[in-house]
Design a protein. Structure first.
Length: 304
């Protein structure tokens, strides 16, 4: 169980010590104060080094202001499209092990990763995994996919689940408890998410999806509360103890995440899985601390 982002950062630092190799993060358009502050914190923590892409003059000025000296290596790029291509090329060339989104539009960034020739597409689907530290909640909550796939079908949900479970194994959660969310615990053919959730639970019971405990469909109250499950006479191994929440689609995932952040003061980190390397997916509005948490998540997801 990972209690909070501080523990996640420790895990990322220990992972580096075990492997003996200091990972390098390629930062896409680093010409932003919060990005530079996050890179400084990253370097100070010893978790990884960074190579920055973007306009050299702007980046160097920000490095001076934030005390990031000596300057990290900079790959010159005129705009966000060039910067995305340069950062992806650093991963292709084996110079970087993790890719990070800096001051760049999400769609431009994702399209650079998905580019069939120069991108970082692996064998199959890519998906977004978010981690939330919610005040008063005993462990990090992992949510997928509220950030990349729009309306995944059953097969895509299965792949998203497998990618997220694999990442949680790397984070030391050996048998994640997975709540496949819908609006109710009863399968209703008129609610596609409930039908898909039930099938994922069956595949898990049959051993076709392994390494985790999957229950679905479950409503959010049951996923979050053993008392709610008992009250509804639902026997559950996941209720109140879910590690991973598989959301029905990007709209639901986005709304749950934003509600956690704005109403429950949660902190969020995000990573894209299934690409040639873990990809740090931050919002341009995130502060340096949030960006550092996403860096820690991606670094802890690296295979050893
Ligand atoms: N995994 C692997 N390949 C993919 C994926 C994926 N998740 N998505 C698309 N592809 C491939 C397709 O097979 C196709 O070959 C090519 O990429 C283009 O596919 P399109 O035309 O469906 O995709 P795009 O380029 O229009 O958009 C892909 C995005 C990922 C940009 C799009 O799905 C998107 O905008 N997602 C949501 C991003 C977002 O707003 N997040 C919330 C805020 S961070």
């Amino acid at each position: 169980m990972i209690r909070n982002f501080q523990q996640l950062q420790q895990m990322a630092a220990e992972r580096k010590q075990r492997s003996g190799v200091k990972p390098v993060v390629a930062v896409t358009n680093a010409a932003d104060r919060e990005v530079i502050a996050a890179v400084k914190a990253l370097r100070d923590s010893g978790m990884a080094d960074a190579i920055l892409t973007g306009r050299r003059d702007e980046i160097e000025e920000l490095c001076c202001r934030e005390g990031l000296e000596p300057f990290p290596e900079i790959a010159e790029a005129e705009d966000e499209i060039e910067a995305a291509a340069a950062a992806v090329a650093l991963v292709h060339g084996g110079r970087a092990h993790v890719l990070m989104k800096g001051l760049v539009n999400s769609s431009v960034f994702l399209k650079a990763i998905l580019n069939p020739q120069q991108g970082l597409r692996g064998e199959g689907l890519l998906c977004h995994l978010a981690a939330f530290e919610v005040p008063g909640w005993p462990k990090l909550q992992f949510h997928t996919d509220g950030g990349m796939n729009l309306f995944p079908d059953l097969e895509q949900k299965r792949r998203i689940l497998e990618l997220a479970v694999e990442a949680l194994h790397r984070l030391g959660v050996d048998e994640p408890r997975v709540a496949v969310l819908s609006a109710n615990e009863v399968v209703n053919p008129k609610v596609p998410s409930s039908v898909a959730a039930a099938q994922l639970q069956v595949w898990n019971a049959e051993g076709r999806i392994g390494g985790c405990i999957v229950e679905g469909p479950v409503a959010m109250d049951v996923a979050l509360s053993a008392e709610a499950a008992a009250h509804k006479h639902i026997e559950s191994r996941v209720a109140g103890d879910a590690d991973l929440f598989l959301v029905p689609n990007i709209e639901a995932g986005n709304m749950v995440g934003k509600t956690l952040m704005y109403c429950a003061h949660a902190k969020m980190a995000g990573v894209i899985l299934g690409a040639a390397c873990p990809v740090v997916m931050v919002s341009r509005a995130d502060n340096a601390e949030a960006k550092l948490n996403s860096l820690a998540l991606a670094l802890a997801c690296l295979s050893e």
